[in-house]
Design a protein around this ligand. Structure first.
Ligand SMILES: Cc1cc2nc3c(=O)[nH]c(=O)nc-3n(C[C@H](O)[C@H](O)[C@H](O)COP(=O)(O)O)c2cc1C
Length: 187
């Protein structure tokens, strides 16, 4: 069991670039209670503010099985795991839930969310629960830099973007800002 506790947005300490692009995260959408959910590895996305709310944006290509869960249900979670789970994340990023039960194969234990229907995982060191507020697909005609279409979307399988309001963050102490200790020594 990873030692997770509730972390307020103001206390959330993370390197938004490393969490996704370098360390990868597991995106899970669906419903814990009915067991109808799927997960996939993601490394592109955004953390920020929109509509005065803390928001995460995740990008999912149309061929992903997880997409149908994002479209059917109204929430998702993003989970980060300790380094020893990198191989599992690689598995969840190369196999499709259409063919295998990735969660079972990886020995990941789904747990209910506190605020959303999408599950988190027992072994995660960070679980970000999000309620989907907005979704839209990127469009080829909107790319100002057309070289991106050539290099990233030769099949024109543009990402669908999901804007999720951050409803709850549970993480271990490494994701919590250290308290500032006042130093009154006038040296
Ligand atoms: C490190 C890594 C990062 C990935 N990031 C994304 C991503 O941001 N968006 C996406 O659509 N696919 C991404 N993928 C690919 C999906 O995780 C992969 O196609 C997965 O098998 C989809 O599973 P599903 O069909 O069960 O949804 C990534 C894969 C890896 C290994």
């Amino acid at each position: 069991m990873t030692d997770r506790n509730h972390i307020k947005i103001k206390d959330f300490n993370t390197n938004v670039f490393d969490d996704l692009n370098k360390n990868w995260m597991l995106l899970t959408a669906g419903d814990f209670q009915s067991g109808d959910f799927n997960a996939m590895t993601v490394s592109w996305g955004f953390f920020g503010t929109f509509w005065h709310k803390p928001v995460v944006i995740t990008g999912v290509r149309p061929q992903r099985h997880t997409l149908s869960f994002l479209e059917k249900y109204d929430s998702f979670t993003l989970c980060a795991f300790p380094p020893e789970f990198q191989e599992n994340l690689n598995y969840c990023g190369t196999k499709s839930g259409k063919e295998v039960n990735k969660i079972q194969e990886c020995g990941l234990i789904p747990i209910p969310g506190d605020t959303v229907n999408a599950p988190g995982f027992e072994q995660a060191e960070l679980i970000i629960e999000c309620k989907i507020l907005y979704a839209d697909a990127m469009k080829g005609k909107c790319f100002l830099d057309k070289s991106l279409i050539k290099s990233i979307y030769p099949d024109r399988d543009f990402h669908r973007l999901f804007f999720g309001e951050v409803m709850k963050i549970n993480g271990n102490t490494s994701y919590r800002k250290k308290k500032q200790i006042k130093n009154n020594n006038q040296t």
